[in-house]
Design a protein around this ligand. Structure first.
Ligand code: PLP
Length: 638
């Protein structure tokens, strides 16, 4: 069980009434804490009306019943910063019900609104709204304001006379999936509160379950995991047991042992804005009222069509099509198969070869393995792989390969600007442009694999845009849905589409996965794409400057090979034997974990690629952890 925060849509929404009902039922489990109080003390009221409840003293209490900064000023005092308030949670072994004051946009201190405190606490929230006339508007206004700040309440409580119509409308239009209706006590005394709480036990218990779903003890879970589950890219006898994650919000992950970690690599590069982004969760909840999954052969649906339209508006051609699949590898597989079949339709079936680049990575299916051929990951499968030439990422090397295999190459595939899994290796837009020009001169298709880079991470919506090139196929996955659900898209240029544009059955592209164009994923992706600026991404660019300031100087260390930065991505490569299998990777990961940051070095390359919504405080913590990890593996480390 974790702490949670009670918010109100406004001052008299009924936060304390809710707290009284809650504590009357759960006083053995939860303690009450209101960090800042003005006017008559709610803490005192709770103490009187719920005997036996543990009430922790407020950090600040001011007698004037006005906004906290003003009440403080009238006493010649100030209110601490949100970060300090959050850090000063009283030590108490059990979880807390933390009551806020006013509304989330009420002033907390001279500089910050209360919403800042909510962000700092990073806890599940319950929003209380009076069910009196106007409840729909009041709650939707508050929900939207919260969603702009990446905060989504776990539930909304309508307090007062039951109003089913309001509850339905709030779910329909608001970014919230659960509305509970509670009525206040008939009499405001100990017995009245206890009775009202007892009578509404079912609703309160259901609400408690949304905040803290019943969980298995972590050790038991780990033991079962060890026996039953096979984790990706992990030896079956890994010395580091997996972390048991119980919740995710914003840039944070919570673990079963109570630790809060910063997700410094966006959960394998999927989470784009932050975990459980309110707009995306609301899109998911809304879509789930209409769909689960629907097959995509011979059937269509609005989420897929809307998303295709939105994606194609960002493509460098007019026209084109979107072919959906479900992960990065399949997006690549589709592109490779489509490229080959394109040439077959042009009467050139001899174009059976592909060109990929050394240190490239495109996924784990057979086609995707063939065009990266990473020796550590895929060396074992070499005898099974299709024909592809893996060449250094350089113009001369591509020129030579294209000349050598003239008329035999179907496509060149490249991760634009950043080769991710191969070690966050970066190349200049000018290099990418030169590669694209060569492919065009030799009449070979160009596939850009934007599975990691798409969605603004490198500073533009698509990385290839920085080179001003026009690829033939664009692969997207990971951040396409903001990381919420698996979905992939291969965007196909009109020139390629034209070769398939016929009723002839033998020209059909015979490819499709059961979950192609999953409607819920498409709806979330559509909402996600609406959040992204079409061109430059100022957040990613700001992060690049921050990384340069914070990490750039590590280049001067003798054991640092390089510091590479592109948009929100920062990588520090240290000198070590063993490449991806270098032992320093495990060491650096452990140091970062000790500092509250979850990273997963690619061997000797320690890197971060945090969600774009990561707060400045968390960015600073990531930078500090990376510096500590790099120093800890240096030649003079003790
Ligand atoms: N392409 C690139 C550039 C990637 O970075 C990855 C995964 O890291 C993939 C493709 C494969 O994506 P998935 O893991 O979703 O199959």
């Amino acid at each position: 069980m974790r702490d949670f925060v009670v918010l109100g849509t406004d001052t008299d929404a009924g936060k304390t009434t809710f707290a009284l009902l809650w504590l009357a039922l759960f006083r053995q489990r939860y303690a009450y804490w209101k960090p800042v109080e003005t006017g008559p003390s709610d803490s005192e009221r709770v103490r009187q009306l719920v005997p036996g409840a543990q009430v922790l003293p407020p950090l600040r209490h001011f007698p004037h019943p006005v906004a906290p900064p003003l009440a403080a000023r009238l006493q010649g005092q100030t209110i601490p910063a949100a970060a300090d308030l959050a850090r000063n949670r009283p030590s108490h072994s059990g979880p807390l019900l933390i009551e806020t004051f006013g509304s989330p946009l009420s002033p907390l201190n001279e500089d910050e609104l209360q919403i800042r405190l909510l962000q700092q606490l990073g806890l599940p929230t319950v929003l209380v709204c009076s069910s009196a006339v106007g409840a729909i508007g009041r709650s939707l206004q508050c929900l939207r304001a919260l969603s702009c700040h990446n905060l989504l309440p776990s539930a909304l409580v309508l307090l007062g006379a039951a109003d089913d119509y309001a509850a339905q409308q709030i779910i329909r239009h608001g970014p919230v999936s659960q509305v509970f209706q509670l009525r206040p006590p008939a009499s405001w005394d100990v017995e009245g509160i206890a009775r009202a709480s007892r009578e509404q036990q079912q609703a309160l218990t259901a609400l408690a379950a949304t905040l803290a779903p019943p969980s298995q003890p972590a050790e038991e879970l780990l033991e079962l995991d060890r026996r039953l589950v096979w984790h990706p890219y992990t030896p079956l006898r890994d010395p580091d047991p997996p972390l048991v994650s119980v919740a995710a919000q914003g840039e944070y992950l919570w673990l079963a042992d109570g630790r809060r970690l910063i997700d410094g690599i966006s959960s394998w590069w999927t989470i784009l804005h932050g975990h459980r982004h309110p707009v995306l969760m609301a899109a998911l909840a809304r879509a789930a009222t209409e769909f689960d999954h629907v097959q995509f052969a011979g059937v269509t649906h609005r989420p897929a069509v809307d998303l295709a339209q939105r994606l194609l508006r960002t493509a460098p051609w007019s026209g084109g099509r979107v072919f959906y699949s479900d992960n990065g590898s399949t997006a690549v597989e589709v592109a490779l198969k489509m490229a080959y079949q394109f040439w077959c339709h042009q009467g050139e079936p001899q174009r059976t070869r592909f060109i990929g680049f050394a240190n490239g990575y495109h996924g784990d299916t057979f086609g995707a393995m063939a065009v990266s051929r990473d020796p550590v990951f895929f060396g074992r499968f070499e005898p099974l792989l299709l024909q592809a030439d893996i060449i250094p990422l350089a113009v001369e090397a591509l020129e030579a390969a294209l000349s050598r295999w003239a008329g035999r190459i179907a496509a060149v595939i490249v991760e634009p600007l950043v080769q991710g899994a191969g070690g966050m290796r970066m190349h200049a837009p000018a290099t990418l442009r030169a590669l694209a020009e060569l492919a065009a001169q030799h009449n070979v298709l160009l596939i850009v694999d934007e599975v990691m880079t798409g969605g603004g991470r490198t500073g533009t919506l698509w990385a290839y845009q920085q080179a001003g090139i026009v690829p033939d196929l664009i692969c997207a996955a990971k951040g396409l849905t903001g990381g919420v659900l698996p979905l992939a898209a291969t965007l196909v240029a009109p020139r390629v589409v034209a070769a398939f544009d016929t009723e002839e059955r033998q020209r059909t592209f015979f490819h499709g996965h059961s979950f192609t164009a999953h409607p819920l994923a498409c709806a979330v992706a559509e909402a996600n794409w609406q959040l992204l600026p079409p061109g430059p991404n100022p957040t990613a660019r700001r992060m690049a400057d921050f990384w340069e300031r914070e990490l750039g100087h590590l280049r001067e260390l003798p054991h640092v090979v390089d510091v590479r930065i592109c948009g929100c991505i920062a990588a520090v490569e240290v000198r070590a034997e063993g490449g991806y299998l270098a032992a320093v990777g495990r060491q650096m990961r452990r140091t970062c974990l000790e500092q509250g940051v979850l990273l997963r070095p690619l061997g000797s390359v320690l890197y971060t690629l945090p969600p774009l919504g990561t707060s400045d405080e968390a960015l600073a913590q990531i930078a500090a952890a990376m510096k500590a990890a790099v120093h800890a593996v240096g030649p003079h480390a003790s």
